[in-house]
Design a protein around this ligand. Structure first.
Ligand SMILES: *Cc1c(COP(=O)(O)O)cnc(C)c1O
Length: 338
């Protein structure tokens, strides 16, 4: 089975399992799980923030990030294909009582002019926009990386208007590796930012959200409130620490394999969104078959990809090697030529 469905599909390696087995643990609630504390310090340092807190999922990081940066009735501006809007069951509306204001981005990115245009509509009928959410890399746009200049413009503008910035950094480290810009630089102007351990980093679960001590204190309240406070979480924190130490630099390999796959797809006549990281979106309809058919036929050949919108998505990760990519390419070639 060649599983290109998502980078969430990785299973822990032997060495990661060993790190889990050897972890020193305690009670997270009373801040006495040493491995979780170590992870939180490591992430805070990586992102250049005062504190970080370990949460069971990236979705909970977004839920809490929105909660601690807004008041009920506020408007949250985000990109219209962002994960928060598309794949989190309306969490911000239910948990934080906020309105979401989607901005149509390009490659998942939007400009100060676009934000300004919407703020100009401010009137007594429109509640205040208090938060802007950015996604780096942007999943549904194809693992795209914000250009640093645009990112900084948007962050500075937000600050000038006293708006907070929250970053969905599920794949921030893919952006770091692809751009050569440090995690700390991406994080420097934002209020809250998180990274996921269960995506390309290959850990079983968990994510850490970072920010000022004051904000992370508030995040703790929400962690308890939402049932995200854990006990011997050090077992999973150990996997995350292992992932940060061992699995960041290798993300380059995933990016190179995504490029190789994209080249082959283009040669077959598919319409391909040029991959910047580990996600390849493509459309096979120009090859004479519907994307649905292609996904089904690939599945019969033991290649898993997913149909998202009008495209197919393939994601490279830790469990996919060069030979897997070549096998996937020949399976796709067979499906096209059948
Ligand atoms: C996967 C993902 C999330 C949610 O993370 P989970 O750990 O699966 O809850 C949020 N944002 C983006 C961009 C993602 O890809």
């Amino acid at each position: 089975m060649i599983n290109l469905y998502s980078d969430t599909q990785t299973v822990p390696t032997e060495n990661m399992r060993k790190a889990i087995a050897d972890a020193e643990v305690g009670d997270e609630h009373s801040r006495s799980d040493p491995t979780t504390l170590l992870l939180e310090n490591k992430v805070a340092e990586l992102l250049g923030k005062e504190e970080a807190v370990f949460l069971p999922s990236g979705t909970m990081c977004n839920l809490i990030g929105v909660a601690i940066n807004t008041s009920p009735g506020d408007v949250v501006m985000l990109e219209s294909n962002g994960h928060i809007l598309r794949s989190e069951t309306g969490g911000p509306a239910i948990v934080s009582n906020v309105l979401t204001d989607p901005v149509d981005g390009e490659k998942g990115q939007f400009t100060v002019a676009q934000i300004e245009q919407r703020l100009d509509q401010t009137s007594r009928y429109r509640p205040p926009t208090s938060l802007i959410c950015l996604e780096q890399t942007h999943n549904f746009a194809g693992g795209t990386v914000w250009p640093l200049q645009l990112w900084e413009e948007v962050c500075s503008f937000a600050k000038s208007k006293e708006m907070r910035v929250h970053v969905d950094g599920a794949r921030l480290l893919n952006a770091v590796v692809a751009s050569g810009v440090s995690a700390e630089t991406w994080a420097s102007q934002v209020d809250t930012i998180w990274i996921d351990f269960s995506k390309g980093l290959g850990a079983p679960m968990g994510a850490c959200i970072a920010g000022s001590a004051e904000l992370i204190d508030k995040a703790w309240l929400w962690k308890h409130r939402l049932g995200g406070a854990m006990r011997q979480s050090g077992l999973m924190a150990a996997a995350a620490i292992y992932a940060l130490d061992e699995n960041v630099e290798r993300l380059r390999e995933d990016h190179a394999r995504a490029k190789r796959l994209a080249e082959a797809l283009k040669e077959l006549g598919a319409e391909v969104v040029e991959p910047e990281t580990n996600i390849v979106f493509f459309d096979m309809t120009s090859c004479g078959k519907s994307n649905y058919e292609v996904v089904q036929e690939l599945s019969k050949k033991d290649v898993q990809v997913s149909e998202i919108g009008n495209q197919i998505r393939a994601v490279t990760h830790l469990d996919i090697g060069d030979a897997d990519i070549e096998s996937a390419i020949s399976a796709i070639t067979q499906v096209v030529n059948d």
